[in-house]
Every structure is written in structure tokens, then in C-alpha cells.
Write a protein that binds this ligand. Structure first.
Ligand code: FES
Length: 187
């Protein structure tokens, strides 16, 4: 191989290496949403001290957090809302009883409100109505067809002790598919 051929080969190798190096940031950028996919799935939220929750009264909470949408990152977005009912005044984890529901209506996804006079959860969009146990109120009782396909979605919760010994309510937030009788988590 002549010196000229060797030089030509060398410059081709350098050019190829530079082209690959220039592509790396673009490939990483395009692949970013795929890498971030692992950030989805159930998320845990610390909502309140157990002792601060009123007994017997549904209490609403808004869940905020970081959201990644394709190539955009939103540092603090509303990711969901929940209703919490503390059923007794027990202040220890063994005896405390709570009910936690997603506030997303399982019909078409509006936010379910609480009607304190009727002691019902009500959906403003199509007049869906639920008991405080999250069950659909029978259509017969309502006098019209309750449009909801299932009850409100219950969420897993736990009481977690902090370093001072206080108990905090933590909730695992999951979204479920809308408009169907069975609960299917949104992937
Ligand atoms: S979205 Fe709630 S009743 Fe339709």
C-alpha cells in the first residue's frame, strides 16, 4: 500500500468516526421518550398526617408531580385527584380505617365531587352518583339511568411513620381505563 493510499484510508476512517460522533446526541434525543417510559406506572404520594384528617368527612387531595410528555418535562402538573374518608379516630396503624378513591369518574373521566347534603359522590358531567363507599347508586333509586359502568376506583393506601413517630397517609395512585365495568390499569 502506498503512502497516498494509506493517507486516504486514514482520512476516510476519521471522517466516518466524526459522522458517528455527530449522530450520537441526535440518537439519544430521539430515544429519550423511550428511556423515560420506565418513569410511568403507579406513583406513591404522601397526602397528610393521619391525625389531621377529619373523621367521617370526605377530604379531597390534588396530586401533583413531574410529568414527561414525549420530549417535554413538566415539573409540577396535576396528575390526579383523590377522595379520602377516615372512618374512625384511631391514631395507630393497626386500628385506623380509611377509604381512598380516585376522583376520576370511571364513566368518561370527569372529576367526581362530594355532595355533603346528600352524602353522595356526584359527577357533574352526566349525573353519575356514588355512595360514600364508592358504589354506584342504583338507577331505580335515582329515578334515571346511572351512567357509570362501575364504582369509583379504590386506591391502595398505607400509614407510614416518619422520623418523629407521626403517621402519614400514603397513597398509590393508579389510573384505570374508562367506560368499562372491570378495572384495567392504564399502561
Ligand atoms: S363522566 Fe362522570 S358520569 Fe359521565
Amino acid at each position: 500500500m502506498t503512502r497516498r493510499m494509506l493517507l486516504a484510508l486514514f482520512s476516510r476512517i476519521v471522517a466516518a468516526a466524526s459522522a458517528v460522533a455527530a449522530l450520537v446526541p441526535n440518537v439519544r434525543f430521539l430515544a429519550d421518550p423511550l428511556r423515560r417510559r420506565e418513569e410511568t406506572g403507579p406513583k406513591r404520594y404522601r397526602l397528610a398526617r393521619l391525625a389531621e384528617l377529619p373523621v367521617g368527612e370526605p377530604t379531597p387531595f390534588v396530586l401533583r408531580g413531574r410529568q414527561v410528555d414525549a420530549w417535554k418535562v413538566y415539573p409540577s402538573r396535576i396528575l390526579g385527584q383523590v377522595w379520602v374518608i377516615r372512618d374512625n379516630d384511631a391514631t395507630d396503624a393497626d386500628h385506623a380505617r380509611l377509604r381512598v378513591f380516585s376522583a376520576t369518574c370511571p364513566h368518561l373521566g370527569c372529576t367526581v365531587n362530594h355532595d355533603p347534603e346528600k352524602r353522595r359522590f356526584v359527577c357533574p358531567c352526566h349525573a353519575g352518583v356514588f355512595t360514600l363507599d364508592g358504589e354506584p347508586v342504583p338507577s331505580k333509586e335515582l329515578g334515571y339511568q346511572n351512567p357509570v359502568p362501575r364504582g369509583m376506583d379504590p386506591l391502595k393506601w398505607s400509614l407510614v411513620e416518619d422520623e418523629t413517630g407521626e403517621l402519614w397517609l400514603e397513597v398509590e395512585y393508579v389510573r384505570f381505563e374508562l367506560g368499562r365495568p372491570e378495572r384495567v390499569p392504564v399502561a
